[in-house]
Design a protein around this ligand. Sequence first.
Ligand code: CP
Length: 309
Amino acid sequence: MGDLITMDDLTNKEITTLLDNAERLLPIAKGEVHLPLLEGKVLANMFFENSTRTRMSFESAMKRLGGSVLNFSSAGSSVAKGETLYDTMQMVDGYADVAAIRHPRQGAAQYTADAIDIPVLNAGDGAGNHPTQTLLDLFTIREAHGTLEGLNVVLVGDLRYGRTVHSLSHALVRFGATLTLVSPDSLRIPSEIVSDLTADGAKVTETADLTATIDDADVIYMTRIQKERFPDEDEYSKVAGIYMLTASDLAGAKGSMIIMHPLPRVNEIHPSVDSTRHARYFQQAFNGVVARMALLCDCLGVKIPKKVK
Ligand code: CP
C-alpha cells in the first residue's frame, strides 16, 4: 500500500491483513513489549485542523515502534504568512518518510498525495473521508463481535458532514453489514453515497427515529453534529442535541450490542452510558494506536513478526 486517501485504496483482503497485524501489535501499544520496528523512520503529523485522538494516536503508534514524529499545526506555522499547502508539503517530502494530513478542505489529502512522493495517509479531509478512523472502527467491531459480516450497524447523527461515517459505511457494506442510517432530514447521508452503498445490493435503511433501532442493533455508532461545517449558526441550532443516548434507553438492547463514537462527544452520549456493558468508545480510541501502527508498518514496507514478544 502507498497512499491511503479513501477506503477504496484497500481491498477487503488488505483490510483483513491490517486488522490481523493490528491485533498482533497490541502488546506493543500497551507498552508491555518493546519492538523498534520503525526505528529511524520519521512521520510528519500535518494538522491543518484540530485533533486530539488522530494526532496523538499516530504519534503514540510511531513512538511505540521506535520511530520519531514531526508535529505540525497550521497555527504558528508559515501558513499564517501565506504559504500554500503545495509548498508546505514539499518540505515534508524531504523531512519525513510518511505523512498523515488533516485538512478542512475535502480533497486536500488526494491533492497532497499527488504533489509529493512519500506515502500520504488521510487523517480527515473536511466532510470527505477519514479512512484511518475506519480501520480502528472495524478493529473495534471485530474485537467485540468476532466478525464484520452480517451485523446490524446503526449510524447516527450528522451523516451529511461526518467524514467518519462516509468512510465506515463503505467499508461495512463491503463486509456484508446491514446499515440503518439515523439522522434528521437536513443531515441525511449524501445521496451519491447511498447509491454507492446500494449498488451491490447492500441493505440500507434511512430513518430519523433512533429509539426504534436500538433493540435490533449490534452496533450503534453515534456521531457529533459537525458545527464547524455548517454555513450558518441558525441551521446548526435547529439540529444541535437532536440525539442523545442515555443508559435508560438501552433496557431492551442486545447484551452484545456496542456503542461507538469517534469522539469528541458533545452531548450525544450521556455519561450514564459510560458504565454500561455497551460503552466501547474509549476502547475504540485506544484501538487507534494499533490500527495506525499496522498501517505505518505497511506503508513503510516493514514486516510484522508472526509472534510479537
Ligand atoms: N476521531 C477523531 O478524528 O478524533 P480527533 O478529531 O480528536 O482526531
